[in-house]
Design a protein around this ligand. Structure first.
Ligand code: HEM
Length: 151
């Protein structure tokens, strides 16, 4: 049996490691991505310096408060609607409510697209564009609570 595709990764001590390719060629991420319609001629967003996915990972693990609330709460869509400016942008995705403000400039799809879901339930748009993105993991530290039905 042939070994799975891999590439060489050089660590900070200059040691080379063969690591498996990710996403793997026939893995779920690529299958879903291939099945997602992509608009033609979409302009690639240029992220500002210091806003790469790696910079986001560093910020998330820095211990800095990214939620802006002291504890998780239960929010209705009416409450979420009050948070729709760039300085205070919340969205609900798959039943969880997130403060998107710290993430705006890190979003590979740009601030403008992300703001389309500010103050509302963004599940549909999120799933339509990139259902493979692991939002639970990526935005864990920005979660402010859970979406609950309005009375
Ligand atoms: C909190 C919600 C969101 C998060 C955490 C998020 C996260 C991400 C991530 C991680 C990527 C890179 C994906 C990859 O390279 O495979 C991405 C790309 C993208 N996102 Fe989002 N996204 C969110 C909401 C949205 C919304 C609502 C839209 C559209 C209205 C959108 C449009 C895009 C587009 C067009 C790209 C592709 C950018 C490119 O490849 O140039 N995103 N997003």
């Amino acid at each position: 049996m042939s070994s799975p595709p891999s590439f060489a990764l050089v660590d900070p001590d200059n040691q080379e490691h063969q690591v498996p390719e990710f996403p793997s060629r026939d893995g779920p991420q690529r299958l879903v991505a291939a099945a997602t319609k992509q608009p033609r001629n979409r302009e690639k967003i240029r992220l500002e310096p210091g806003h790469s996915p790696l910079d986001w990972a560093k910020l998330v693990s820095s211990g800095k408060d990214l939620r802006g609330v002291s504890q998780l709460g239960r929010y209705t869509l009416e409450e979420i609607r009050q948070h729709r400016t760039q300085e205070d942008a919340w969205t609900a995705i798959a039943g969880k409510v997130y403060n998107m403000t710290p993430y705006l400039k890190f979003h590979p799809g740009g601030v403008k697209d992300l703001m389309r879901v500010a103050g509302r339930d963004g599940t549909k748009l999120f799933m339509m564009t990139h259902s493979w993105v692991n939002i639970d993991y990526l935005m864990e530290k920005c979660m402010v609570g859970f979406l609950v039905p309005s009375n």
